[in-house]
Write a protein that binds this ligand. Structure first.
Ligand code: SAM
Length: 321
């Protein structure tokens, strides 16, 4: 299948920004604009007039791939965000707290789809530090946060690897989302989505993938150094095990993971309803694969994607609360 054919089968995913709009109000708005709510979505049968609610991600609506939202008022005023389904997984798996004293980091934020998703899951409470090292992409992030009316986000134009985990400012950080630069090899969808990855154009030589994997591992190890962190989600839009399972398996063996007691979250905390899991034969312990989630372009009506989650135990083996 070429990317175009696979893209044509990906529904138009529309995430309701629950900071500004309830799901019920959004559904009512679309039905009063001539759309018909169906119980489920079928790529080959759903017509341009029909839409449905996603079965895995709350607040995600599915429309026909050819329905354009660029001129839609609800898109222009930030009430909905055009975001691929798989790209909604990391914030849901991170499951950040929604309380005034919550402190969360999005380490690699621009253009900000996952940041605004985290912000709504936090009910706009507490503080969400959103790091982005690239100046131009940081400016896109700021525009997106303003449009989505994210009030609990503190955007920071800095390299996450230069952030000092012992800085008192970050002493209360409990949750970190890591969605770092990757090969973008899973991306097949339309160009009118705000492109999250800096997609590679040069050929993906092994050397290049190894460099990316080294950087991705460094990011996870750095996140594990934050003193109060207890949950870290690592995701990529890569289909290569070298950037996915292999990075996770190295992270689990790292000094940082061993000294801070990090392990993979149990499968029931990582989208248990989603059938496609990690590749067992790419892990040292094949039973770890079930704790990870994969999406295959052309098979799952999404882009290619990978999600894993590290959680911390106390030295007695209990989960850190
Ligand atoms: N999470 C974003 C979203 O859903 O909209 C997409 C993130 S994109 C895959 C990776 C981003 O991380 C890029 O914008 C890149 O510039 C940024 N980045 C890469 N390394 C970084 C670092 N060390 N510190 C901060 N940002 C970084």
């Amino acid at each position: 299948q070429t990317g175009d054919i696979r893209a044509a089968l990906i529904p138009r995913y529309v995430r309701v920004n629950t900071t500004l709009w309830s799901i019920d109000d959004a559904v009512q708005y679309f039905t009063s604009n001539g759309f018909i709510l169906k119980d489920s979505y079928d790529s080959l049968q759903t017509s341009k007039q029909e839409f449905s609610k996603d079965e895995h991600i709350p607040a995600l609506l599915l429309f026909h791939p050819q329905v354009s939202f660029q001129d839609e008022e609800a898109y222009r005023n930030g009430k909905v965000i055009l975001q691929d389904k798989a790209s909604c997984f990391p914030a849901v798996v991170l499951d950040p707290p929604a309380s005034p004293d919550a402190v969360v980091i999005d380490a690699t934020s621009a253009p900000g789809n996952k940041t605004s998703h985290l912000s709504t899951l936090m009910c706009n409470l507490g503080t969400l530090f959103a790091f982005e090292r690239d100046r131009k992409r940081f400016s896109t992030l700021q525009t997106m946060l303003a449009k989505a009316k994210c009030k609990n986000v503190e955007p920071v134009n800095a390299d996450f690897l230069t952030v000092d985990p012992s800085d008192p400012k970050y002493s209360q950080v409990t949750h970190i989302l890591l969605d770092p630069s990757c090969s973008g090899s899973g991306i097949v969808n339309r160009l009118d989505y705000l492109v999250e990855s800096e997609q590679e154009t040069e050929s993906l030589q092994e050397d290049r993938l190894n460099k990316l994997a080294g950087f991705q591992l460094m990011m996870i190890k750095h996140a594990m150094k934050f003193p109060s962190v207890k949950r870290i989600v690592y995701s990529t839009c890569s289909i290569y095990a070298i950037e996915d399972e292999h990075v996770v398996r190295s992270a689990l063996k790292s000094d940082e993971a061993l000294s801070a007691n990090f392990e993979l979250a149990p499968p029931n905390e990582v989208l248990p309803q989603w059938k496609r899991r990690g590749y067992p034969n790419e892990m040292d312990d094949p039973s770890h694969a079930i704790s990870m989630v994969r999406c295959l372009p052309g098979e799952d009506a999404t882009n290619g994607f990978f999600v894993s989650c590290f959680v911390r135990r106390t030295s007695d083996g209990d989960r850190v609360n």
